[in-house]
Write a protein that binds this ligand. Structure first.
Ligand code: AMP
Length: 209
């Protein structure tokens, strides 16, 4: 199954993706994770990426499209994938469409997690992750256990200041994908403000159609 996860920063895509990939045995492709790995690697490209992510700006389409094209050429995605954080612009969606046509495959569902901006702020600024396991916590809703609490870190773009810019980018450049996929009959809207388990069940039902 070829799936896309759409939604603003902090909508819960990463959390839900873990459950979806387990349930549907589909690899997750998170462009944010690939970009952060390149930044940690300290390469020239990584440094360029960091200048965008730290400012809450989207990385230019050509760079992200090439990254996704390489990733989709790998063997493990032959049976399907869950794209998390891509496409984020109409040109990216057009590029993906070209890749899919070339590979003779088509999208099954575009899952849109709908969450109000006011809810996103609290979710994002409380987000912390364990650098040893990659597990993501929230200081209020899902606090890390005592033996982990001392080592959790905050993403440099998870501050209130950068979130404002990320939301602007989302509304200006990513939200146009909602009518784009609606017209293609692929959009599945999911209310993203319940408990993680409630949202998971709605997502599973949407994927099963
Ligand atoms: P995320 O982890 O999905 O929130 O992505 C973190 C940051 O990586 C974003 O704020 C962008 O700077 C960059 N990024 C991730 N995916 C994309 C994409 N598809 N297009 C452009 N920039 C991206």
């Amino acid at each position: 199954m070829d799936l896309i996860f759409l939604g603003p920063p902090g909508a819960g895509k990463g959390t839900q993706a873990k459950w979806i990939i387990e349930e549907f045995a589909t690899p997750q492709i998170s462009t944010g994770d690939i970009i952060r790995a390149a930044i940690r690697g300290g390469t020239e490209l990584g440094k360029e990426f960091k200048s965008y992510t730290d400012a809450g700006k989207l990385v230019p389409d050509e760079l992200v499209n090439r990254m996704v094209k390489d990733r989709l050429a790998q063997d493990d995605v032959k049976g399907g994938f869950l794209l998390d954080g891509f496409p984020r612009t109409v040109p990216q969606a057009d590029a993906l469409d070209g890749m899919q046509t070339e590979a003779g495959r088509r999208l099954n569902h575009v899952l849109l997690l709908e969450v109000a901006d006011s809810v996103l702020l609290e979710r994002i600024t409380g987000r912390r992750s364990d650098p040893e396991t990659g597990r993501v916590y929230h200081i209020k809703f899902d606090p890390p256990p005592a033996d982990v609490a001392d080592r959790v870190i905050q993403r440099s773009d998870d501050t209130e200041e950068v979130l404002g810019q990320r939301l602007e980018e989302y509304h200006a450049k990513t939200a146009p994908l909602i009518p784009y996929y609606e017209e293609k009959g692929l959009l599945r809207r999911i209310a993203g403000e319940g408990s993680p388990e409630e949202i998971r069940d709605l997502l599973f039902a949407a994927i099963r159609g």
